[in-house]
Design a protein around this ligand. Structure first.
Ligand code: BV8
Length: 234
């Protein structure tokens, strides 16, 4: 390992999937796919209008079929295969592009479009179909499925595992995120307080750029393969 690195944590956000044609959250008009976030990505919004929310996630789940992993996803999958140290890819994204590129050492802290959570039995099931027509839960058959997505005000998944990885990291890399949403936006401070080097790869300066030792501006499809090549001592 030429880079002398033994433990890397990578955080990815919507920007890494932008070149795959998946919209990021921070559209200019502040709307997200023509919706207010509080109407489609909160438990309150789901309680107020479940059909609106189910349609919103059905549309995004279906759109995955037309998206392909881009060079940034493939570069992180190469890092996963070839880096002999510890690696954890923490994605805020709910798409499956990291997996489809071949990444394994990863987790979805905000859930996944291709997973269903049953409000009756609380079991999760792999899911790739619409939910608007209230299909039966694969486990208990109740018509009580919701998107297995962490909405605003809900606790992100696997936080203990993430903080344990940050405590051990000697490098924390943030890719394609605006640093606007917590707790993910605070990971850079956790990492740097615990001795890790910190690197940001992003199209523009983020809300957290000043916390990073280094911030490289550009498209993930260009910056991530270059960075992985350097880490692997190519
Ligand atoms: C929590 C799933 C506590 C949804 C997401 C009041 C009430 C309740 C909570 C709060 C509150 N006030 C504050 C909070 C905390 C809140 C929060 O941070 N709010 C913000 C708005 C201030 N956080 C939460 O609610 C979290 N939970 O705090 O729980 C708790 C404690 C105890 C018990 C229970 C609960 C949960 C937040 C998770 C919400 N769900 N996603 C879905 O996807 O449908 S968040 C969603 O937005 C994303 O997952 C991501 O995390 C976040 C930010 O998006 P980004 O990924 O950064 O994307 P964005 O568009 O913003 O930026 C893209 C970047 O990429 C840009 O910088 C752009 O320049 C760059 N880019 C673009 N193209 C490219 C590129 N870079 C490189 N290459 C390119 N080609």
């Amino acid at each position: 390992m030429k880079s002398g690195l033994s433990n890397i944590v990578v955080l990815t956000g919507a920007g890494i999937s932008a070149e795959s044609g998946i919209d990021t959250f921070r559209a200019a008009d502040g709307l997200w796919e023509q919706h207010r976030i509080e109407d489609v990505a909160t438990p309150e919004g789901f309680a107020r209008d479940p059909d609106l929310v189910l349609r919103f996630y059905d549309m995004r789940r279906a759109a995955l079929a037309h998206a392909e992993p881009n060079p940034a996803h493939h570069a992180l999958a190469r890092l996963d295969q070839e880096f002999s140290g510890e690696l954890l890819i923490v994605t805020q994204n709910v798409d499956d592009l990291h997996e489809r590129a071949g990444a394994n050492r990863m987790l979805h802290m905000h859930g996944e479009l291709k997973s269903a959570l049953c409000l009756s039995c609380e079991m999760r099931s792999p899911w790739d179909a619409p939910m608007l027509d209230r299909p039966p839960c694969p486990v208990c058959a109740a018509p009580s499925l919701r998107p297995d997505i962490v909405w605003f005000g809900e606790m992100p998944y696997q936080m203990e595992r993430i903080y344990a990885a940050l405590r051990e990291a000697d490098l924390f890399v943030s890719i394609g995120t605006s640093g606007a949403v917590y707790p993910a936006a605070g990971f850079v401070r956790e990492a740097r307080d615990l001795r890790a080097q910190t690197l940001e790869l992003n199209l523009e300066r983020s809300e957290g750029s000043h916390w990073f030792d280094e911030s490289r501006l550009g498209r993930a499809g260009d910056l991530v393969p270059q960075w992985v090549e350097a880490v692997l001592g190519g």
